[in-house]
Design a protein around this ligand. Structure first.
Ligand SMILES: *Cc1c(COP(=O)(O)O)cnc(C)c1O
Ligand code: SF4
Length: 353
């Protein structure tokens, strides 16, 4: 259990929403899961709208106290692939490095909600060195994904130390950061942070954003500081019922991101984290949404719709497939956006024998 860390329930929600019952509800949830919202995101909440997509992402709700039968404590199986603290090594060529488990905001649907918010998840100097040594000793590792928690919550000096250590590992090609800071706490994107990210190796930053209203002018400025420094920006979005499971909302989100030089990378099907069933959509409706985006927006605005297979089996694309039937001898049947089917010939190299 993560335990409650932050603030009084009164500080968390806009005045208009603070009924005694609502405050009790928030306190109950905060006994089980980490709770925090930044001023930047709290300001976006429309207190009049009881289905506000920002409030729904960050303000606790009683629904979180219900554990669905299919839900898991370690929904994507991180624990079983962790050779040393702070490292998750599931794919041969890349590892996660988690220097801390704290975030500027706590998303109510978080896939790591059983562990985030825990101060003891901060890797001390000795533990960080052991994690870095693990990376140095495994030459098949080509990419390090610095995640958490949110690595941009660390002081720029600490981030710079991690970047420099990784930059010196000859077999690494890419250092990738996963963060919600540019959206959740954009003023943390300072020139000191941008300088800390400077490296010989390619440094990528992947921003977590779920709703077009998160793309404020401050968030855009933060992204611009990073892209001006030559850092390629990508995004990840979690598909969330009642928040962004709507073609117009996703269209606005992905257009907004691309227009701020952020390439949508993944649209995640929501994981089976405890107390999050009210956020999950079905896979069929996710596929319908993703299919409808294909015709609506530029290819630049199309993330890959992925599922992290419960149990630690990794991420796979679950996007709808245009190939409706296949036969190596007779060729393929491909469906266009309007649902019209077209034949495509078999290649002789695949039909022989
Ligand atoms: C998601 C994830 C990665 C990164 O996967 P990509 O498909 O390269 O973005 C790496 N390791 C683990 C354990 C992951 O969960
Ligand atoms: S920012 Fe990421 S790790 Fe932190 S609470 Fe949200 S989903 Fe979880």
């Amino acid at each position: 259990m993560a335990g409650a860390r932050i603030l009084r329930a009164e500080d968390l929600i806009p005045g208009g929403l603070a009924t005694p019952d609502r405050l009790r509800e928030i306190r109950q949830v905060a006994e089980q899961f980490a709770v925090a919202v930044t001023d930047d995101l709290a300001e976006l909440i429309d207190a009049e709208d009881n289905r506000d997509p920002i409030a729904a992402q960050f303000l606790p709700s009683r629904a979180e106290l219900k554990k669905a039968a299919e839900e898991l404590d370690d929904p994507i199986g991180d624990d079983r692939c962790s050779p040393v603290p702070g490292i998750v090594h599931r794919y041969p060529d890349r590892v996660l490095l988690k220097p801390l488990l704290l975030c500027p905001v706590y998303c109510r649907f978080c896939f790591r909600r059983e562990v985030v918010g825990n101060k003891s998840g901060v890797l001390g100097r000795a533990a960080l060195n052991i994690a870095l040594d693990y990376i140095r000793r495994h030459s098949q590792i080509w990419e390090v994904i610095v995640t958490g928690g949110d690595p941009f919550l660390l002081a720029p000096r600490r981030i710079g130390e991690i970047v420099r250590a990784l930059d010196q590992v000859a077999h690494l090609g890419v250092i990738r950061f996963h963060t919600r800071v540019p959206v959740a706490d954009p003023r943390r994107v300072t020139s000191a942070l941008v300088e800390a990210l400077a490296a010989e190796k390619a440094v990528y930053v992947v921003v977590h954003a779920n709703h077009p209203r998160e793309l404020t002018s401050k968030a855009r400025e933060a992204a611009l500081k990073l892209s001006r420094a030559g850092i390629p920006l990508l995004s990840q979005t979690v598909l969330l019922r009642g928040i962004n499971d709507d073609a117009a909302v996703l269209e606005a989100l992905f257009r907004g991101l691309v227009a701020m030089r952020v390439k949508p990378y993944y649209l995640h099907h929501a994981d089976l984290a405890r107390g999050t069933s009210h956020f999950r959509t079905g896979i069929a409706s996710g596929q319908r949404l993703v299919g409808s985006l294909r015709g609506r927006v530029s290819g630049l605005c199309q993330p890959t719709y992925v599922l992290d297979i419960p149990g630690g089996y990794g991420k796979v694309s679950i996007a709808p497939c245009a190939i409706t039937s296949q036969s190596l001898a007779d060729g393929w049947i491909i469906e266009d956006r309007a649902g019209v089917r077209h034949p495509y010939p078999a290649d002789p190299s695949e039909t022989e024998g």
